[in-house]
Design a protein around this ligand. Structure first.
Ligand SMILES: C[S@@+](CC[C@H](N)C(=O)[O-])C[C@H]1O[C@@H](n2cnc3c(N)ncnc32)[C@H](O)[C@@H]1O
Length: 280
C-alpha cells in the first residue's frame, strides 16, 4: 500500500500546527506556504539552502563559462536573465553578480516580492509580479531563462517552459520522479528523463539531496531534482565546460550567509525534519 498520501497529510497538519508556534512573522509565514518557499536563514535546513544555492550557482557558472567563451564580454548591451518563479529572490541576487547582467525576477506572490525588495534588492534586478503562463506567452526574448522548483506547480508547465523565449540557454530544474500526491502543491509528477524529449538537444543533470549536481552518465542513486539545460548552437555543452560532480565554490560565493558546515536552521520546522527522514 502506498503510504505517501498519509505521510503528506501528516506533514501538512503538523507543519501548520508548528507554524503557528514557529516564531515566523506573518509575512514570513505567508511566504513559507507550508514549506513551499525557502527564505534563506529563516526557514528550512542547511541542506535545502545548499540545494537551492547550488542550482543558481550552477547556472551562474554556466553563464560565466559562456562569457569566457566569448572573450569575457557580452556581444552587445547587457546580458538579460529572467528567473521564472523567483520566490524571495535569493537566486536573482546570486545571478546579479555576473558582470554586465540584468536580472528580472518574476513571481505571482506579492508577499515574496515584497520580501525580495527588502532583502535581495540590487541595482541590476527588476521584480515583476505576474502569472507565468501569461508572462511566458507574451515575453520578450531573454538571453537566459532559468527556473528552480517552479514548473511542477503549473498545469502544462513543461509545455510552457518549452515555449519560453530564450536566446542563449534555458536552464531549469524540477523534482525527479516524484510520485503523484506526495506534494499537494505540485500539479505535475513523475518527471523523468523521457519528459524532456521535446527539448532535444538538451543536457540533463541530476541534483542529489546534498546539493551536488551530476551529469547524466553519472546519475546518483537517489536524484532529488532533474535539471534540463538547452543551448544555442554556438555555445559549448555544460558537460564540456564545467566539472562534475558540480558543487559551487562556497568560498567564492561571498556576501551570502551560506554556512560551510551543516548547521541547524535558525527557525526549523517539523516538516523539514520529517522530510529529512523520508528523504524528500
Ligand atoms: C518552490 S518556490 C521556488 C522559488 C525560487 N525559485 C527558489 O528556488 O527559492 C515556487 C515559486 O513559484 C511561484 N509560482 C508558482 N506558480 C506560479 C505562477 N503560475 N506564476 C508565477 N509564479 C508562480 C511561487 O509563487 C513560488 O514563489
Amino acid at each position: 500500500m502506498n503510504s505517501w498520501p498519509k505521510v503528506a497529510k501528516l506533514l501538512r497538519n503538523q507543519t501548520s500546527m508548528e507554524n503557528s508556534m514557529s516564531g515566523l512573522t506573518q509575512l514570513e509565514e505567508s511566504i513559507y506556504n507550508e514549506g513551499e518557499r525557502l527564505i534563506p536563514g529563516v526557514t528550512h535546513d542547511f541542506k535545502e539552502v545548499r540545494r537551492h544555492y547550488s542550482s543558481y550557482y550552477f547556472w551562474r557558472d554556466a553563464i560565466l563559462m559562456d562569457l569566457a567563451q566569448k572573450g569575457g564580454a557580452a556581444d552587445a548591451g547587457p546580458i538579460r536573465v529572467v528567473d521564472l518563479g523567483c520566490g524571495v529572490g535569493h537566486g536573482c541576487a546570486s545571478l546579479s553578480e555576473i558582470p554586465g547582467v540584468e536580472v528580472v525576477g518574476v513571481d505571482m506572490s506579492e508577499d515574496s516580492l515584497r520580501y525580495a525588495r527588502q532583502n535581495y534588492n540590487r541595482p541590476n534586478i527588476q521584480w515583476l509580479q505576474a502569472d507565468l503562463p501569461t508572462f511566458i506567452r507574451e515575453m520578450d526574448p531573454f538571453d537566459y531563462v532559468v527556473s528552480r522548483g517552479v514548473i511542477e506547480h503549473i498545469e502544462n508547465g513543461i509545455e510552457f517552459v518549452h515555449g519560453s523565449n530564450w536566446k542563449q540557454r534555458l536552464m531549469f530544474d524540477v523534482p525527479y520522479d516524484e510520485p503523484a500526491g506526495v506534494n499537494p502543491h505540485h500539479v505535475i509528477s513523475e518527471i523523468r528523463e523521457e519528459t524532456f524529449e521535446p527539448f532535444q538537444p538538451a543536457e540533463l543533470f541530476f541534483q542529489d539531496l546534498e546539493g551536488e549536481i551530476f551529469s547524466q552518465n553519472e546519475k546518483p542513486p537517489r536524484p532529488n531534482m532533474i535539471i534540463c539545460c538547452c543551448r544555442a548552437e554556438d555555445l559549448k555543452p555544460l558537460n564540456a565546460g564545467l566539472s562534475f560532480p558540480y558543487m559551487p565554490d562556497w568560498q567564492a560565493v561571498g556576501g551570502y550567509a551560506v554556512p560551510e558546515a551543516p548547521a541547524e536552521p535558525s527557525r526549523k520546522t517539523l516538516k523539514d525534519r520529517l522530510f529529512r527522514l523520508f528523504g524528500r
